[in-house]
Write a protein that binds this ligand. Structure first.
Ligand code: CA2
Length: 148
C-alpha cells in the first residue's frame, strides 16, 4: 500500500470562495487543497488533489487510485446525487472511500438528500465546512495504521 490519498472534487468546486459564501464559506479550492496536503503530511501521507467538472475525468481518477493507495476522499459535487457511473467506479475500489460535503446536504433541498456515493462510502461527512476534508484524511490515516 502506498502513502497517497486522492482528494477528488467534482463539478463547480473550482468556484469555491467566489460565490455562495453563506453556504460554502470563503475558502477557495486552493485553500482546501493546501489544507489537505498539510493534514496528510502530519500523518506521513501525501494528498494528490484533483478537481474536474467532467464525470469521466472523475471516474478515471477513481480508477487510477482504486487499489494500493491510502484511500479516496471524494466530494463529487452535484454528481453525488445523480451519478450511477461514479457509484460503479467507487464500488470497484479496494481502498476506503470517504464522502465529504462542505455543507450539510440534509438541511438543504430534498434532491440533495440522496447520495449514490454513500452507497459505496466507508464513511460520510457533511456540514463540517472545509474542515471535513481534514477529518476525512485523519480517518484514512487511522484506518491505515489499524491495517484496514
Ligand atoms: O456541500 C457540498 O460540498 C456539495 O457537495 C457541493 C455541491 C452540491 O451540489 C452538493 O449538493 C453539496 C456544489 C458545489 C458547487 O460549489 C460552488 C461553490 C461556489 C460557487 C458556486 C458553486
Amino acid at each position: 500500500m502506498n502513502d497517497t490519498v486522492l482528494v477528488l472534487n467534482g463539478p463547480n468546486l473550482n468556484l469555491l470562495g467566489q460565490r455562495q459564501p453563506e453556504v460554502y464559506g470563503s475558502a477557495t479550492l486552493a485553500d482546501v487543497e493546501a489544507l489537505c496536503r498539510s493534514t496528510a503530511a502530519e500523518f506521513g501521507l501525501q494528498a494528490e488533489c484533483r478537481q474536474s467538472n467532467a464525470e469521466h475525468v472523475l471516474i478515471d481518477a477513481i480508477h487510477e487510485f482504486r487499489i494500493g493507495t491510502a484511500g479516496i476522499v471524494i466530494n463529487a459535487g452535484a454528481y453525488t446525487h445523480t451519478s450511477v457511473a461514479i457509484l460503479d467506479a467507487l464500488n470497484a475500489c479496494e481502498v476506503p472511500v470517504i464522502e465529504c460535503h462542505i455543507s450539510n446536504v440534509h438541511r438543504r433541498e430534498a434532491f440533495r438528500h440522496h447520495s449514490y456515493v454513500s452507497k459505496a462510502a466507508t464513511a460520510v461527512l457533511a456540514g463540517f465546512g472545509i474542515h471535513g476534508y481534514a477529518l476525512a484524511i485523519r480517518h484514512l490515516a487511522q484506518l491505515r495504521r489499524a491495517g484496514g
